[in-house]
Design a protein. Structure first.
Length: 329
């Protein structure tokens, strides 16, 4: 039997999208044409490959086996297309960036401004990508640079993907501005987490690495936090703190200085998240990626210097995104 790479790729698309219609759209064919190709593949391979149901299509065990090889075919096709585009000079000025909101607000704009001044003809695009998907999007070739976060532990990227460290983003305690710990001590006083053991907390919804980090830090400080409010937004958390009903642990980069709130640094060892820029290990086809990473590191150093410098009277510190999801702000 002569293996048809098109059949393998089609099965991989059906598995990825979960329906014949979506797979048809991906290959720019009609659903009827895709149905005919599936029928031909089942005749050629002499085994059922696709199970059609009211909610879409799933693959049989044989179909899934062939689909795994289809992914290899698709990746090889994508590599061939990318290398040809590079040969023609199409990739040298293309830069596809994925990022989460706080990085998009504070790290990316100064870096992109400088990059566009140096390369005004650069073909730049930016999309929202949660940290858990960034490295996978790089590995699949859909992005050139992804800015991602890891909470308390080093990021371990998949094969052929490289993580470039950008910034340590410490967690701080956000308090109502009339809280005793805010009114009885100087603003530069560092708090120990156990001082807040009896507080009500606004916290990150369960299932996020940031929520687990919070519970781990509380446990190490000898208490189980009383979480009365859960949210996916640091902005919402800080707004609730401003009502006086709770306190919150928030990323330094995500501080909004919401009305009715103040914040205090935590004493060491403090929880933090690490920000990275992720690229392919071999980024030779996207030379602007290395330039962007250098610029991002410059911006990160400036932000860190702002945090470490004593604030001037009336000065707001860096880091105030709006609407940022807690899990990836």
């Amino acid at each position: 039997m002569v293996v048809d790479p098109g059949q393998l790729r089609l099965l991989a698309l059906i598995e990825r999208h979960g329906s014949l219609t979506a797979a048809a759209h991906a290959v720019q064919l009609t659903p009827a044409a895709v149905t005919q190709q599936v029928a031909k593949a089942e005749r050629d391979w002499q085994v059922p490959l696709v199970i059609r149901g009211p909610r879409g299509a799933t693959l049989t065990a044989a179909g899934a086996l062939l689909a795994s090889h289809g992914l290899t075919v698709e990746e090889a096709s994508d590599r061939a297309e990318a290398e040809l585009a590079a040969l023609l000079g199409h990739l040298s000025l293309r830069l596809r960036i994925g990022t989460f909101q706080a990085a998009a607000l504070h790290l990316l704009p100064p870096a992109l401004t400088t990059l566009r001044h140096r390369h005004p003809d650069a073909d730049v695009s930016v999309i929202d990508v949660v940290s858990g998907r960034g490295a996978d999007e790089i590995g699949a070739g859909r992005l050139d640079v992804a800015i991602v976060a890891s909470w308390g532990t080093p990021l371990v990227p998949p094969p052929h993907v490289r993580a470039h460290s950008l910034l340590l983003d410490p967690m701080v305690v956000v308090l109502p501005d009339d809280h005793p710990l805010a009114t009885s001590q100087p603003a530069d006083t560092e708090l120990h987490l156990e001082q807040l053991r009896d507080e009500s907390w606004v916290s990150i919804v369960g299932g996020h690495a940031a929520r687990q980090q919070f519970h781990d830090a509380a446990r190490e400080s000898g208490f189980t936090p009383t979480v009365r409010f859960e949210t996916e937004s640091y902005d919402v958390a800080q707004a609730l703190v401003g009502t006086g009903i709770a306190v919150a642990l928030v990323s330094r980069l995500a501080l909004t200085h919401a009305p009715g709130t103040t914040h205090r640094e935590l004493a060491h060892p403090r929880p933090y998240r690490q920000l990275y820029a992720v690229t392919k290990t071999d980024a030779s086809l996207t030379p602007l990626a290395d330039m962007l990473i250098d610029l991002l590191r410059d911006v990160a150093r400036d932000i860190t210097a702002t945090w470490e410098a004593p604030p001037r009277e009336g000065q707001r510190s860096a880091g105030a995104p709006h609407g940022a999801p807690v899990s990836d702000s």
